[in-house]
Design a protein around this ligand. Structure first.
Ligand SMILES: Cc1cc2nc3c(=O)[nH]c(=O)nc-3n(C[C@H](O)[C@H](O)[C@H](O)COP(=O)(O)O)c2cc1C
Length: 193
């Protein structure tokens, strides 16, 4: 790649963090990240998402505990894997951003929440933060405490939790995965018809 570009550099730099320090995230950075989320495109311009920014670390730790407990019961192999690594699903993150989507919308909600998610991940990366997109926390959020958690996160009636992003500062610089360019095809001449 010969083009030098700030945005492309952010994309290349992003990598999943699985060990966060205790350093809290600055409020203005969280506001900028959340704004990047609601700037996302959406199918039919529905913008149906809800974004909950949880910077109460004790609550993030609570969600981690609930997730571990649920995974231990429902997925023993996954539980063993977690325990053989950090023993955590949320990696000591000081901030969790939850994205919820409306169940009434038939199409593209997962696509829309994925785009919101990546907008926020890239904004966080651009601001010098580290991230982990996290689906494992679903086990805790959708468990027996679901309604209490939805109330705390401000997820309204008719919406479902979709995906979370962990945000903070990494213990060590994470390494981006090797981008496999063999998966790209350029068609410059499609032949005659
Ligand atoms: C939809 C989605 C869900 C993910 N859920 C988790 C998760 O629950 N826990 C985790 O450690 N990583 C999770 N990841 C991170 C992926 O494992 C990671 O993106 C992948 O290994 C590639 O590494 P990279 O992000 O450093 O390029 C998730 C990623 C995506 C896109």
């Amino acid at each position: 790649m010969t083009i030098q570009n700030e945005t492309l550099d952010v994309l290349a730099r992003r990598a999943t963090c699985r060990a966060f320090t205790d350093k809290p995230v600055e409020k203005e950075k969280l506001e900028a990240i959340a704004l990047a989320g609601v700037q996302a495109p959406s199918s039919n311009n529905m913008q149906g998402w809800r974004i909950s920014v949880v910077s109460d670390k004790s609550y993030v730790d609570y969600l981690d505990e609930l997730s571990i407990t649920a995974i231990k019961t429902n997925n023993p192999r996954m539980y063993e894997r977690i325990m053989s690594r950090s023993g955590k699903t949320l990696y000591n993150a000081p901030v969790l951003i939850a994205i919820a989507t409306p169940r009434s919308v038939q199409y593209s909600v997962d696509m829309d929440s994925g785009i919101v998610c990546e907008n926020m991940v890239l904004a966080a990366t651009a601001l010098g933060l580290d991230t982990c997109i996290n689906r494992m926390v679903t086990a805790g959020i959708q468990g027996p405490h679901k309604q209490e958690i939805y109330d705390t996160l401000g997820i309204p009636e008719g919406f479902e939790f979709s995906i979370a992003i962990l945000v903070g500062y990494s213990e060590q610089p994470a390494t981006p995965h090797i981008a496999d360019e063999s998966k790209i095809v350029f068609i410059e001449d499609a032949g005659s018809r």
